[in-house]
Design a protein around this ligand. Structure first.
Ligand code: FE2
Length: 414
């Protein structure tokens, strides 16, 4: 494929239209039915679904693929996970993190993910995890867009140096400032941490992505602090509140009031249904809460929600394959979004809505003039893709065929 020129024939688009798609120098140059024959390579898509690539908007690549090291999380709680990670991260090296991060990115890309926002723990004085992820971001940039969040896992005020470490990490080149206000030692320190995050984001012109209210405690109310700061600073859509699981436990009167503020704020939300459904509700007997934010209601309100895996085989979650359709599938169940429009919305939450969260819309989507980054699914529609979670047949990144996978074939032996 010289100059990444290629014509894709018989593409079924998300809206059901059948078209051909021309790619020149890595960009989409035409989308039209029966595109004329040219002297460039062609690929017959055979009426399969052509989609913008999957977006993984929330993952921890620094801890990925460490499950069982030094031990498995037997209680299944967030807090035992943090404890185990605290032990494992004592032995982190640059190579250790880079090898696992790259392996995970390849696993994701093979399944159609071409945009990733990863959290990088910046609670250790060496900042090894962050340095490794910044290097990986650079090494994969020709085929994968990676954003790195400077994430103070132990709290910005959990140790005397943590605040300085966070600023150092941001200055080193992280794309976004992170935080974990509900894990700070007091409510006041939690509020202060949010103020500090916005201060740093404005000083260094960065995005914001905060682990916010990832707890079942209905009194954990940092989301309102984040939304208010987004309104006051005008940082709006550059801000993301990840998890916000406590929102699932707020009383409806407060949730109703909060929803008005959230609409004014224009911030993004990320839910991580695989993790939320397993980590939350652990202190409940019965009825046992689902422990996920109000995805359906936020979507109905017109707010931007995307979905992430959060963890792949790490101290918080020993499972995970890198398949974003698994994530959307779980959201449909846990959030009870089984209506046809709701199923389509959940697909959008791992594609176009993820791109909105990452603020990469200019380089994302199937339109003339945009980079030719797309995937071909062995499916007919978004609904079909989510129901069967089929093989991603082709992954094309900026006009280059990056990965190709054959679907499994069953041979009957009557
Ligand atoms: Fe997370």
């Amino acid at each position: 494929m010289v100059n990444n020129n290629l014509i894709l024939r018989n593409c079924r688009m998300i809206n059901g239209e059948m078209v051909d798609l021309a790619i020149e120098n890595g960009l989409i140059t035409a989308i039209a039915p029966n595109f004329p024959r040219l002297a460039v390579p062609e690929l017959d898509i055979k009426g399969k679904l052509v989609s913008p690539p999957f977006v993984e908007s929330h993952i921890h690549l620094d801890s990925a693929l460490t499950a069982g090291e030094p031990r498995f999380n037997e209680s299944g709680t967030l807090f035992e996970g943090i404890q185990i990670w605290g032990e494992r991260k004592q032995t982190l090296s640059l190579d250790d993190v880079k090898i696992r991060a790259l392996k995970t990115l390849q696993m994701l890309a093979a399944q159609g993910v071409l945009f990733v926002r990863t959290q990088g723990d910046v609670s250790e004085p060496s900042l090894t995890a962050l340095q490794a992820l910044l290097e990986v971001r650079e090494e994969v940039k020709d085929w994968m867009k990676v954003q790195v969040v400077a994430f103070p896992q132990d709290g910005i005020y959990g140790g005397r140096e943590n605040d300085l470490l966070l600023e150092k990490a941001v200055a080193m080149g992280a794309d976004a400032v992170g935080g974990i206000p509900h894990y700070e030692m007091t409510r006041e320190l939690g509020v202060r941490s949010v103020e500090r995050i916005f201060e740093l984001a404005q000083k260094y012109d960065k995005l914001i992505d905060i682990h916010c209210d990832e707890i079942d405690d209905e009194q954990s109310r940092f989301l309102e602090v984040v939304a208010a700061a987004a309104v006051q600073t005008g940082w709006g859509a550059k801000v993301t509140a990840s998890h916000t699981t406590a929102f699932g436990s707020y009383n409806n009167a407060y949730a109703y009031k909060l929803m008005g503020l959230l609409s004014r704020s224009h911030i993004n939300f990320i839910a991580n249904p695989l993790i939320n459904i397993t980590l939350q509700g652990r202190t409940d007997t019965y009825p046992k809460r689902r422990g996920i934010t109000r995805v359906k209601e936020l979507w109905q309100q017109g707010l931007n929600v995307s979905l992430g895996q959060d963890c792949i085989q790490d101290p918080w979650y020993s499972l995970g394959t890198g398949n974003m359709l698994d994530v959307a599938f779980m959201a449909i169940h846990v959030c009870q979004m089984t209506g046809m429009a709701e199923i389509d919305a959940c697909y959008d939450m791992v594609t176009v809505r993820g791109a909105k969260t990452l603020q990469v819309e200019a380089e994302y989507g199937l339109a003339v003039g945009k980079p030719a980054s797309l995937i071909v699914l062995d499916a007919e529609s978004r609904y079909d893709a989510i129901r069967r979670r089929p093989t991603v047949l082709y992954v094309i990144s900026r006009g280059k065929l990056l990965a190709q996978t054959e679907p499994p074939v069953t041979k009957w032996q009557p």
